[in-house]
Design a protein around this ligand. Sequence first.
Ligand code: SGN
Ligand code: CA
Length: 743
Amino acid sequence: MQIPLDRFFRQLRPSSLSRYLAGTCLTAFALLCAAPLQAAKRPNIVFIFSDDHAVQAIGAYGSKVNRTPHIDRLAHEGALYVNSFCANSLCGPSRACILSGKHSHLNGFLRNGDRFDPNQTTFPKLLQGAGYKTAVIGKWHLGSDPVGFDYWEILPGQGNYYNPDLIQMDGTRKRYQNYCTDQITDLALDWMKEQKESDQPFMLMCQHKAPHRNWSPHPRHFGRYPMGSIPEPDSLMDDYAGRSKLLQENEMTIKDHFHWGHDAKFHGDNQFTEHFQNLGNGEYARMTPEQKATWDEYYEPQNQSFIHKMKSGEMSEEEILRWKYQRYMHDYLGSVQAVDDSVGRILDFLDQNDLSENTIVIYSSDQGFYLGEHGWYDKRWMFEESLKMPFLVRWPGKIKPGTRSNALIQNIDYGPTFLDIAGVDVPEEMQGRSLKPLFENGGAKTPDWRDAIYYAYYENAAVHAVPIQDGVRTENHKLMFFPRTREWSLFDLAADPHEMKSLHNDPAYKDILAGLQQRYNDIRTFYDVNPAVIPNSRGDEGWWNERDQAKRAIVREGNVDLAFIGDSITQGWEGNGKEVWAEYYANRKPVNLGFGGDRTEHVIWRLTKGHLNGISPKVAVVMIGTNNTGHKAQDPAETAAGVQRILDILEERTPDTKVLLLGVFPRGRTPFDRGRIINQGINQIIRRYADGKRVHYLDIGEVFLNEDGQLPASIMPDALHLNADGYRLWAEAMEPKLKELGL
Ligand code: SGN
Ligand code: CA
């Protein structure tokens, strides 16, 4: 097929005259100021970053499905890292880890849709401060505008493949009639051209949208990997046996979660609703008539043939899945190919402008991706395909060509590495480590290098239904934890590289499991992970979600004087405590924000995501923590930190509210029940949070206990929850204090 490529995209180059003039003046000024005997110029940094590019689709990583000659050049002329991982397999979070050098729980960007706090320390800011010219061009996806860059031009949100809009530094949007990957490359080359005469070194982040969904290739790559020719992974038809049952809840299979227009690239109404979901193809809608014609010329004959076969009943379930896989991969690999072209153009530019010698070039992508493994597209899980990030680096004279490294590296290391390369001190607060010592050590890990990486995924109840999980990965093993079901998964990566069976129950792996659980605890302590303070939703539990929505609606109405905030014990005012509630509180404009099973982290989520919107109660009664104890015997200091965070949130959002902080009620029959003792540990810390002005502390635990410290079944039948008599004791014990607080 002859594609009129020259007409396909009309290049609307950015008007760069003003930028050019400004650049020239600055350069002249810098030249005048430059000392005659200058030290060798610090290396430039070109960081090429794509979106969702899996290592399985990179030639140098041994791809079975495609070839990437330009990206591979980096491996031949520099180094390739096999054990390169993300800290949180999602776009915004990965980028936030890179900029900040910190894990998500400390940089604050846990999930897509969060806002990156631009006031925090980032490597671009530090490089800029140290005299680097800095730019970011392409996908950003962090909510706030880039800070620390002399130049930026970014896609809004996910951006588009065809005729993309780019947000300019003045906030306006500019539409380019071009293919996104090519346009971002053009802009990157334009910017580098402006820098090349400068005395200042530069750092460029060239960040592609591709090959992110909805995988829309440029026509020059149509049919490069023809449908039907692309090898399938062994686990395309994975049944998820032998691993957490949460796997079965996923909504990211090629089989069942592939959209008619968006993914499969059909036009019009979904003709086979049993096999496709409904979303249309938004990219097609953006195309010019010429682009559409070229697109249709390629796709339509194949689409019509598929529709025909479907209608004549020729396609088995398996064949339909295979067809979808081929369509998916054709489009994904086509999108990758333009990224490879981009890398080629950038490397050629550096060569042609004598910049290659003094420029470090890195290629990576925000996370990995499933190319049909486990039947999936997308990412998020801690399994290898989405945990891995490509990492290829060329630094002439410093990195030996053809280096292949097994050292465990992570995206939190990029910032420290760039700073180190530029001779800038790496701030203490950055958790990652410079990779420069590895570069200088032929890729081999240095004796003090890390033995394990920590991973955590937080985007609960979101698109694709992947549960919250975290874990630790060493050279040969992986331990994962799913908080919702409190399940462990253990994989022996040498024996089971595709992670098809968890060994956590296998007696032969008892010691390995225990060892890795210890390592998991320790690495979380090391990285300062306290789940009790990390906002977390339980939105994937139906009843919780419904209650959450209902409570949001109530507080939106305002008119609340008394808020009860807590877990099932508080929620129980709607159950066993109903009558006492009616007697004591019903006339005092109350709201019950107790949710059974909640821990401090869930309360933090609720209070920051709607439960305080619209209310400023006179008094908030807070009792929380016993589930942190009961679910995982959490260290009291950690739980107390969660309580502290809750008090801070209340202060921030409703400063006039008096807080009545209750000591966590006793639990367990006997005084030496472990949970009871842990709750005492919490109370011993949190009582000191009272300031007698805004926060008041009250421990009424005694009223439930017998003289010998036993919790009687006549008050707490299950040694945790109150019956009606128990609620009466609670109300009576609290009443004087409520009055004192003006209620
Ligand atoms: C979009 C995609 C999802 C993808 C997320 C996150 N849907 O929501 O498939 O998981 O982005 O991707 S789409 O309909 O818009 O294609 S990320 O790389 O930005 O984290
Ligand atoms: Ca991504």
